[in-house]
Design a protein around this ligand. Structure first.
Ligand SMILES: [Zn+2]
Length: 215
């Protein structure tokens, strides 16, 4: 069996595996051989039965986990920006997020809390988790992810302020024993009124901490 037929064989991904990727069947053939090399280099035999389809699965999984590169902010927000009279704080909290750290390609996961003070315009509420997803499904560091979400909202609707807080646990810290297993990293990005006005910022922080404190 030469390496070409091997690759073709490995590319036959079952429908069940395919459906796990959500992104549908996208070309991953160029990723398969490098994953085989990785498996060899860590001391595995990529030809043993259990690993036979692993390179194709890894390739598909990476395609999905990095699917944010192929999402477009204009498409996500299209038709979801509305003019309103509402000028109180809008908060979407506990948005689950899963991302990959750009230093180790290991997952980090947690929750994002997003708030803004509208100035005549709002974003459809369901679009905010999608926005988080678009940036999370890329290679990230938590600080940049936080800031990209905040600045994107700022640019889209020019509110009086935006606040984003992310709490996440990083496998590259947990699995390598760099930090205690249960520690999480918290990052925040505060723009406009959330940066300049203590009362606004405190209101946001109080609202996102409410559940944690049982209040
Ligand atoms: Zn890392």
């Amino acid at each position: 069996m030469n390496s070409k037929t091997k690759t073709e064989d490995l590319l036959e991904i079952s429908e069940e595996e395919d459906s796990l990727t959500e992104s549908g069947r996208e070309p991953v053939s160029r990723m398969i051989e490098p994953v085989r090399v990785l498996l060899e280099e860590i001391g595995e035999d990529p030809d043993r039965p259990g690993l036979k389809r692993t390179p194709a699965r890894v390739a598909q999984a990476l395609r999905f986990l990095a699917g944010g590169y192929r999402m477009d902010i204009k498409e996500i927000l299209n038709g979801a920006l509305f003019e309103v009279c509402y000028d109180e704080m809008v908060i979407v909290k506990d948005i689950e997020l899963f991302s990959l750290c750009e230093h180790h390609l290991l997952p980090f996961y947690g929750k994002a809390h997003v708030a803004y003070l509208p100035d005549k315009k709002v974003i459809g509420l369901s679009k905010i988790p999608r926005l988080v997803d678009m940036f999370a499904r890329r290679l990230q560091i938590q600080e940049r992810l936080t800031s990209q979400i905040a600045h994107t909202i700022q640019e889209a609707i020019e509110p009086r302020g935006v606040g984003v807080v992310i709490e996440a646990r990083h496998f590259c810290m947990m699995m390598r024993g760099v930090e205690k297993q249960h520690s999480s990293a918290i990052t925040s990005a505060m723009l406009g009124a959330f940066r300049n006005n203590k009362q606004t910022r405190d209101e946001f922080l109080a609202l996102i901490n409410r559940k944690a404190n049982g209040g």
